[in-house]
Design a protein around this ligand. Sequence first.
Ligand SMILES: [Zn+2]
Length: 591
Amino acid sequence: MTDLYLNPQDERIEKDLAEYKRLNKNLAKKYKGKLSELSAEDFLASLQQVEQINVLGSKLAVYAYLNMVTQMKNQEAVVLYQHIDEKMTEYAKPAIFYSLELNRLSATKLRELYKNTNVAFYKPFIERVRRFKSHELPEEQEAIFLDKSVTSGSAWRRLYDEHSARLTYTVNGKTYNDAEISKLLQDKDPKIREKAGKELNRVSKENSALFTFIYNMIVKDKSISDNYRGYKNPVSARNLDNQVDDKALEALVSSVRGQYKNIADRFYKLKAKWLGVKKIQYWDRNAPLPFSDDKLYEWNESVNIVLEAYQQFSEELYQTALPFFNANHSWIDVPPRDGKRSGAFAMPLPAKFHPYLMLNFVGKQNDVLTLAHELGHGCHMRLAIKQGELNEDTPMILAEVASVFAEMITFQSLLSNLKDDKAKLCLIASKVNDMINTSLRQIAFHCFETRVHQERQNGELSSERIEDIWQEEMQTSLGNYVIVDENSRAIWPIVSHFFHSPFYVYAYSFADCLVNSLYQVYKDGKISDFSSKYLQMLSQTGVKRYDSLLKPFGLDATDSGFWNKGLSLISDYIDELEKLDKKLTKAGKIS
Ligand SMILES: [Zn+2]
């Protein structure tokens, strides 16, 4: 990360921190209490200073974060992160006035300021800050809410985190943490999966009194705040944040629910057959197929597969991706190491820097798709930042478009290179598994939390009641070939989003179905110049709403036909699986 700082001891870190402090202080000194009286030129200067603060802040924060997550056991790295995080929070305080005063500007004043084209450039940023204006409370009340949050909502979330982290699981006499036990569900031995599945449920059940209490408090805390702020229903604040209108969400939920049977029943019936049972257990939904071959891919081979898929789709996308593999500077942390955080992500940076990717690549088929996914994020970041440092803030529902789309084109190219039917079946089956987990399962989660938040308005819910709702929603979404019973009905607290970010989960499904619909349009081939329109769309995800971004593709998200188009992609893959299964069974290659 030498483009940011030479090493954690680099003197420029402290220098930049001091500069960050000075800029924030200076912003308050120059503009606090005066924003509504500034000329367009001075207003522009204030915006530019906010931008400068942001660029410097993200350089510092990203360096400290990446330096830590790649070596969590290095105490110095953890200390550096905490140091920078604490100092930045403290130094940023004087600048809080800025968004408050931005909110208080009258519409007339803003119209006047926008006449200056340089100010108008910042419109997406200004509008984003002002989006929550009508739900803001008087300053004194906001201050009380902020102060009290430490002992209310955030306190309950912290208790949830700390308690969850302390939980241990025992299988065959060995002790596991939550990440490790989840891995056992991927074991090829069904007996180990069963023990791990039951153990997950047992531990949740044992702790259900505490989790139930915490969840009741978090839901109530949110409803108190929603009431004061005048949000119509529990999902409203999240919708405003995502810039999703209630109608589009309703269309998504009802389309997905309408497809539960067609998709889940057909897929899990096949999966049960492959696993040699009549119905599969809840924990076996993502189990590996007994006849999968587990071929490993070399890193260079994987890079070539992904880049070729990108190039086939668009030369421009390929050119955007190439610098990530620059021989002189590595932008991707590839293999797993002791102390490196698990998972994968892409890290955005200001335009004058280059985004970083973090992977834990071991060469599995899924790792190739993860590279395609994170590289998709990286390309998206490079395209979107051109709209301006402050303007770029892609909402969650659009943040996954480039990554999921990139994964899809790479999946197709992997698939077309396979000759063997059994390998094809395994690849498609794992893709369908993922698609169900994202498109269907997250909506089942959404329906669960919607019901809990609604019922909470009449008083606290018991553990039994929450488990009832969970079991009903899981069973409805998973259909007749998956068993949801006493051995899995208590595990709802595992979904940390319920505690951390209420109503966050639907965005996963929204994003996935949206990309699937877009991909169907691409496959249909009726939109001329699809790839350049697509890249144009990616460059504007921070400044335009999803509905206007979808227009060039003839798509409308409030129409259930739009969502069904995306869902039909999953259904098409299941058709393919049914055909392959018949063929292979007839040939005696699988039973
Ligand atoms: Zn992603």
